[in-house]
Design a protein around this ligand. Sequence first.
Ligand code: ZN
Ligand code: ZN
Length: 296
Amino acid sequence: MPSNSTDASGKNAAPPLPEPLRVPVADSHTHLDMQSGTVEEALAKAASVGVTTVVQVGCDIKGSRWAAKTAAAFESVHATVALHPNEAPRIVHGDPDGWSRQGARRPGGAQALDEALAEIDRLAALPQVKGVGETGLDYFRTGPEGKEAQERSFRAHIEIAKRHGKALVIHDRDAHEDVLRVLKEEGAPERTVFHCYSGDAEMAEVCAREGYFMSFAGNVTFKNAQNLRDAVAVAPLELLLVETDAPFLTPVPYRGRPNAPYLIPVTVRALAAVRGIDEDALATALGANTARAFGY
Ligand SMILES: [Zn+2]
Ligand SMILES: [Zn+2]
């Protein structure tokens, strides 16, 4: 059944605009290319509630080129470029839904991954590209057969980020130990961000020691996410970031409806409540932290 997006009360309808933030913040991780409406509309809506900057994240070659192009066109958009941890194995295995969806079917193999990484390397040099990611490890969607390609790709992204002096954006799903191990083995870049932070308080202390930024998404508001709130409570204020990962992870009370950068205030307020600090003070820290993390 087609959804009716004009029905404001509908289950798939865009949530209403939250009360604006008084201090502007950035959405440190979003996917505008997966959301409905134009980029202009998304940015205007976000800015109207105090979300004045967004980091647009690339997940494959096509998306990374789009992120770089969009960041060049809009002052309030910064880009990151990468092959997503679930994309790297697809490229190696020659999946037509992966790298090859942009053109003729490719045979895959290690050489295809090298070619794709060379393009990420080229894009990472652009001035509007502030980070390399999302990269990392995802043991939830990628099975054992994809592990080797995933880790090789992760290591290559770390090297690219360091060589270009860009931030590293980590996607870590069910892979905390291995992500921390690979970072240690390669040597993490100066600025490393755990996007959609999913560890507990104990891991937050490890990240704090290493100086890794922890970016919290709307799932911090979910009832079953006490481990995330425990992490928020112990993370140093100067390492906290906020993100939507939109269109995914819409915060409560809009869970299940489409997410977008304009919903950042909902998550900022949830974080402020967990920390027991004033919303403006938290927003001030979040704004400064995101600028420092991505170097803009
Ligand atoms: Zn991710
Ligand atoms: Zn993402």
